[in-house]
Ligand binder design. Sequence first.
Ligand code: GLN
Length: 380
Amino acid sequence: MQLSSKLPHVGTTIFTVMSKLAQECGAINLSQGFPDFPIDGKLIDLVDKAMRAGNNQYAPMPGLPALREAIAAKAQLLYGFRYDPETEVTVTSGGTQAIFTAIGAVVHPGDEVIIIDPAYDCYAPTVELFGGRPVHVRLGNDMKFDADVVKTAITPRTRMLMINTPHNPAGTILRDADMQRIADMLRDTDIILLSDEVYEHLVFDGEPHVSAINYPELRDRAFVIFSFGKVFHATGWKMGYAMAPKPLTAEFRKVHQFNVFSANTPMQHALATYMKEPAHYEQVGAFYQAKRDRFAAGMRNSRFKLLPCEGSYFQTADYSAISNEGDRAFAERVAREFGVATIPLSPFYKEPPPEQRLLRFCFAKQDATLDAAIEKLCRI
Ligand code: GLN
C-alpha cells in the first residue's frame, strides 16, 4: 500500500524522544517540561469526591458550567475583562488540543499563519495538517520579540499570527510595548491572533503577565489559550481552556465537539472548586522564581552560559564554550555520558540558526533533582 504522509517532515516530538532517552540511560530528566513533585492533596481529594459523587460521564461539550464560570471570574480578576462563560469559554483536553482546535477552526487551505521561531513544536505541523502555510520569522537578539520582523511577514493571505508569552522554549515574555506593536500591526486587517499563554503565572522579577486579554483590540480577534497543568503542577491531567469572542468560539466548538467532544468530567469538578481560591495560583510565580534562581546559581560554576529567563519553567543555556557539536548530538551526549536529559533548541525552528548552540533545561523539579543535575552539568 502506498501511504502518502500528510506530515512527511515530521518525526516524533522532541519531548517524547528526550524523555525516552532519559529513561533508557537513567538520566535526570530536565527535558520534557513537567514537575517531578506531587500535586496538592486537596486537588486529589476533590477529584476523588467528584468521582464518588457519580460525576463520571460526559461533561457538557463546552465544559462544566461551574468551571467555565470560575475561569471567566479568574480572567476578569486578573486581566480586567469578563468573557461570557456561556459563549466565549471552552474547556479543552490541554493547551495543545486547544491550539489544534483553534487552528482547525479558522485556517483554510492556502492561508498563511505567522509563526515566530523558536516556536513550540506543535504549531507548524498543525497549520500544515489543515492545509495552511506556516510563515516563519524569528525572535530577535536575546530571544526578544521583534515587531518589525513580524510585520514584514504580513501579506493579504495572512489568516493568523501565533504568539506565546511566557515563551516556550525561550523563557522570555512579551511586555506592554510589544502588545501595543502587535495591536498596531493587526489593526485594519482580518488576522486572527492565537495567544498561547499557558505559562501565565510563571512570570518573574515583579513583572506582570501581559495578556492579549488586556487589549480590547487584541482580545476581539484572539483565541487565548491556557493550561491547568502548568498552574497546578498536573501536566498529565491534560486540562486547559480557550477563551475567544463569541463568533470565534462558535467556530472553535464546531471542531472541538468532533475532536474530543468534551474534557474529563471529574477533573473539571475538582478544578471548578479549587481555582476559586486565588491562593492556589498566586504563589506559583514566586515558587518557580526560586527554582530558576537555584538552578542559575548552581550553573554559575558550569561552562554553560545562561540566557535571561523572564518566565516559563525553562532555562536556555549556550554551550558554545564546551562544544561545537550540533544541539541534538550534544543533547544526546549530555544525556548518555553525563546523565542529564535536556531539550535542544533546533527542533523549534524551520531553519535553525547554524551557529546557535542552545539547550533548554526544565527547572520544574524538586530542589534535590536540580542540585543533582547541576552537579553533573558542572562536570561537563
Ligand atoms: N510543554 C512541554 C514542554 O515544552 C511538553 C509537552 C509534551 O510533551 N507534549 O516540554
